[in-house]
Ligand binder design. Structure first.
Ligand code: ZN
Length: 103
């Protein structure tokens, strides 16, 4: 399991979430990409893993209203489009971070 990030910072002017992992330089994920990667049962079919969320329905300027920890294992985000059931586990956030680093 991934260790929790040591730093989380929302850059609202640029629409980016900066995440600092214990053993890596900070990485930035866009609010939009993060919203589209929501892992909840509404956005992803729990059984097939198929994406149910259509990115074109997500506002381009979507932003987190609230960021909070869920226990020791995940980030809970309430989004400006009213969606708030997604828990981003450290493993998932880490995977998204690695992916954005390679782009
Ligand atoms: Zn969701």
């Amino acid at each position: 399991m991934s260790l929790p990030p040591v730093g989380l910072r929302a850059h609202r002017d640029r629409g980016m979430l900066e995440i600092t992992w214990p053993d890596d330089p900070p990485v930035e994920l866009s609010f939009f990409d993060l919203r589209c990667a929501c892992p909840c049962a509404v956005c992803i079919d729990e059984i097939t893993g198929a994406a149910l969320l259509r990115p074109e329905t997500v506002p381009k300027d979507v932003a987190p209203i609230e960021l909070g920890y869920s226990g020791h294992y995940a980030l809970k985000v309430t989004w400006s489009d009213g969606h708030g059931s997604g828990l981003y586990t450290w493993d998932r956030l880490r995977a998204l971070s690695e992916r954005s680093r390679r782009v």
